[in-house]
Design a protein around this ligand. Sequence first.
Ligand SMILES: [Zn+2]
Length: 268
Amino acid sequence: MIAAPPPALIDIGANLTHESFAHDLPEILRRAHHAGVAEMIVTGTSVAATRGALDLHRADPHRLFATAGLHPHHASELTGEVLAQLRELAADPGVVAIGECGLDYYRNFSPREAQIAAFRALLELAVDLRKPVFLHQRDAHGDFMAILKEFRPALVDGVAHCFTGQPNELEDCLGLDLAIGITGWICDERRGRHLLPLMKSIPAARLMVETDAPYLLPRTLTPKPRTRRNEPAYLVEVARTVAQSRGEPLEQLAASSTAAARSFFRLP
Ligand SMILES: [Zn+2]
């Protein structure tokens, strides 16, 4: 008997330029493919990471796509020169979204004023280039929503990547017609349980899944991987958990999240 092929998934957030993938990326991509992860959006968190993401796209143009951004952790690095470089990279057709960008008041690796300035600059870039935004927010919901409210009418689209918030925050995001990205955070019995009952309230057309690899290894994987490095092949575990909490078969969630991602990032 031949096993049914795994449902095709799209990992909308994979940090494949991270140094932990440098020695075995071809093997990582092979495992992703085997697990049914057909396409991956490689997250750009800096000029260097964006450049790396675009290089990956050029090497594998049908499966890997890039975002161009500056993570709020790096916001204080934003200069006119950096912005000009990002603008040039972002115009490439292989760049399917601007980001990640946003606010992170949990770590505050960059001062808040710098984060706000960089966030605004990248939103302006997304408006200019008519590309969707890949948004990061942690412990900054108020400021984040206030800025997005101002920009939303001019933005083509946006996704709240790695959504981990409370019900009211989800309501605010959906109220601004943002798409929602769910990571392996939802598989974490210590801090992700509150997300399970929220899954049903996200419209299927706005719900996408991501690993945020190499971060956020799903804690429900069995057997437990030998290392804590997450990888796109484990996206299936996230999708399974999301499907279960919506009371849907995995195939249904896979089909809807893949369609949502295809339309959001305007993939060929
Ligand atoms: Zn992030």
